[in-house]
Design a protein around this ligand. Sequence first.
Ligand code: GAR
Length: 205
Amino acid sequence: MKKTVNVAVLVSGGGTNLQALIDAERKGVIKHGKIKLVISNKAGAYALERAADAKIDTAVVSKKELGSTEAFEDAIIALLDEYSIDIIVLAGFMAILSERFTSKYPRRIINIHPSLIPSFCGEGFYGLRVHEAALAYGVKVTGATVHFVNEIPDGGEIIMQKSVAIKSFDTPESLQLRVMRLAEWKILPAALEKVCKEYSKERIK
Ligand code: GAR
């Protein structure tokens, strides 16, 4: 019997990547997975409104309120269990997950990073900072990477990458938007579909 692959998306901010996933599911680009739950570590994140508009259940899990990484991760794990989540997507999720968490879900957590890994990645490289670093270095090409998440920040196996040209007039903001539009919003849905398809095949073996 065909069973859907249940997906949870973890967010912290605007949620444009979450929107790309919602739109891709609607258009049938994502066929093997269904977004069942959106978890934010920030109350008031606009991504939560995007999820609510799409009638997807949401939850806020705050590390500050829970007081420790363990309690924070346990609260997320409890939600993932409650919704029988198979695949976890980090879509602009600005918290680093410990090995205790990542080792529970081998090849079941994917992350979108706004550079061509191994450039401009690892601890301290997130959001606009990544694009500031690329411009400061003077690279002429950047892009985005979707990878599996393991215990090394941005160090898991690469699933998909797409390059984007840097223009002489770019600011961190203009570059961020071009990388999102030309790379992130395309490869994240494509990579999620690939992972869900493979996961559903593995499960029926
Ligand atoms: C995206 O550019 C994503 O790649 C980046 O944060 C932004 C979130 O935007 N993620 C990281 O830097 C993770 N290291 P969104 O909330 O609009 O999807």
